[in-house]
Design a protein around this ligand. Sequence first.
Ligand SMILES: [Zn+2]
Length: 299
Amino acid sequence: MHIWDGEFFPTFPLVPGHELAGEVAAVGAEVEGLRAGDRVMVDPTVTCEGCHFCMTQRQNHCLHWNAVGVTRDGGFAEYVRVPAKNCYRFERVSFSEAAFTEPLACVVFGQDRARIALGSQVLVLGAGPIGQLHLQASRANGAAAVTVVDTVESKLELAAKLGAAHTVIADGDLDTKLRKIARWGFDVVIDATGNPRALAQGIAHATPGGRVLVFGVCSPDAKVEVSPFDIYRRDLEIIGSFAIRRTYDRAFQLMENGVIDVKPLIAEKLPIEEIGRALELMRTGKAAMKLQITFDGAA
Ligand SMILES: [Zn+2]
């Protein structure tokens, strides 16, 4: 939606779609290791491998950063042209699950940044697809208990099924309820809402010495009021996490081996003709979970 609205630095005109999987139709003359008919998912990140940030292992900040579906044509089309090195072959999962590797790879990078220690208490704000991935990844990283907050009961029910120790409705009593669960605060607070007010509230629930992962995408002009004294006094770390940094393969391993289940996060698959309706469902908050666009009824 951010890309559609022009907020997330897209280059127009553009065919969006940066979470994608499909079948190889044809390969270029110099391509090795891929052939027509292979089932592949695509890491959308296209980097130069020569600039300062690529050479210092920060490819997500490449000075010539491009991404399939963001700055070059993406997956909302029957055919898309992508670099062969961005394709990962898969066999055991569906196209639908494989397309989920992209957000999961972002989550894996965020989890690396947040450094969740064995036995931690984690708070995840937002129980949409990203919050549900962070919940499962936090558990895989050894969190003792993950608490998930949202305004929608059905999303919290899914979080409980996926292993949340506590689920809490975001209402006027949220602070009190969170204090009951973690009296001294949470070791790691992850914002998966992109809502600046939720983030501000989350910072207050980080334990002294704790970390706050800013993961949900706020609009570029949003501001959060934070107290520098509070950050100083409580030894807080406020951590950003942008996109993917070489985490595609690990994300897929987590999915293929069943450590992270993305199937319950797919609400509906729609044909491309219905993309307008899909975006409207997203915009009005009526999408139950992830909506995916398919061609020819591919599963
Ligand atoms: Zn670069």
